[in-house]
Ligand binder design. Structure first.
Ligand code: ZN
Length: 327
């Protein structure tokens, strides 16, 4: 009798503007080995994929061998799981449509699935994080941008081409709204992601001559504004009050459509803590559909973002049909 060799590991890859992390992960979500390359070293995407594939092979060969790997999952900004491609990523060096799943599959001889970072964060939270066991939930990622993904009845809702969940680019200020990175005006992201928070701080400082620690800051950022809040700075607290107000309204609209058990926050801005989430909760409860008032949990991810995205990418890898030149 011939014994079938069982493939008990996958590779999870997390591509961000700064670095690309990849790891060999076992079926229980243990990271066996991890390495990275610098994304911005590769202006040409073909060179990037070649270097990434070479490094993945090296990592795999040094940690159990190719024959133990079932498949590969990749997290990338502006990626579509349905298209297997990165499409018009604002924060990556490569423009247009990049058929990354096919490019990497051809190099590695393994099945490759690609999904956007919000989708991957949600998968990571469901598989290994605080959404474990939930069927209906929203994951909101607040950082440079405002991304999201939601699960409905246990499954991620991706939409026709895989772009579902773009809550950051829904309009909250229809008249004289701020210009958003996407080219539209008045998007939620323009008020609640990193640049928008700094802009609100600048506007508040311009509105009055009131003293504020923020005026002495060499560089304003969501983190330094939060530090001013921690020291009791009233104007900094007002910054997050305004940000939370916008976020709460946006999420109330979102939740009223989706009816989630919980909203899970990830990303750097979620570290602003009560300064952001108290006003967010207030505006949320004031605006959400009445039957959902007081029922939607708001949770902050306990994961380190990079670890979660590598694990989320590995969870995605288990979803693709197996394909290998190395059976
Ligand atoms: Zn936008």
């Amino acid at each position: 009798m011939k014994l079938e060799r069982t493939k008990t590991r996958v590779v999870g890859v997390d591509i961000s503007g700064e670095r690309t992390t990849f790891a060999v992960v076992d079926i229980r979500g243990n990271i066996i080995a991890e390495d990275y390359i610098s994304t911005y070293d590769y202006a040409d995407v073909n060179e990037f994929v070649a270097a990434l594939a070479e490094k993945i092979v090296m990592l795999v060969e040094a940690n159990g061998g190719y024959e133990t790997i079932r498949s590969v999952g990749v997290s990338a900004p502006s990626a579509s799981f349905k298209l297997g491609s990165i499409v018009n990523a604002a924060n990556l060096p490569w423009k247009g449509v990049i058929p990354l799943a096919a490019m990497l599959r051809d190099r590695l001889g393994l099945a490759v699935a690609v999904a956007n970072d919000a989708h991957i964060s949600a998968l990571g939270e469901k598989t290994y994080g605080c959404a474990h066991g939930m069927k209906d939930f929203i994951v909101i990622n607040i950082g440079v941008g405002l991304g999201s993904c939601f699960f409905s009845d246990g499954h991620e809702h991706l939409g026709d081409e895989g772009y579902a969940g773009e809550i950051g680019h829904t309009c909250v200020v229809p008249v004289d709204g701020r210009l958003c990175g996407c080219g539209k005006h008045g998007c939620l992201e323009a008020y609640t992601a990193a640049k928008g928070i700094v802009k609100t701080a600048e506007q508040l400082m311009a509105e009055s001559d009131a003293p504020s620690l923020m005026r002495q800051m060499e560089k304003l950022s969501p983190r330094t504004i939060k530090e001013c809040c921690d020291q009791g700075d009233e104007m900094a607290i007002e910054v997050y009050r305004r940000v939370g107000y916008m976020l709460g309204i946006g999420l109330a609209n979102y939740a009223s459509v989706v009816n989630p058990e919980a909203i899970v926050f990830t990303g750097g801005i979620s570290k602003a803590g009560k300064w952001l989430f108290d006003p967010t909760r207030q505006a949320f409860e004031d605006n959400v559909f009445r039957n959902m008032q007081g029922k939607v949990k708001m949770l902050v991810s306990e994961f380190n973002d990079r670890e979660r995205d590598v694990l989320g990418a590995s969870a995605l890898a288990w979803v693709v049909p197996e394909y290998s030149l190395f059976k």
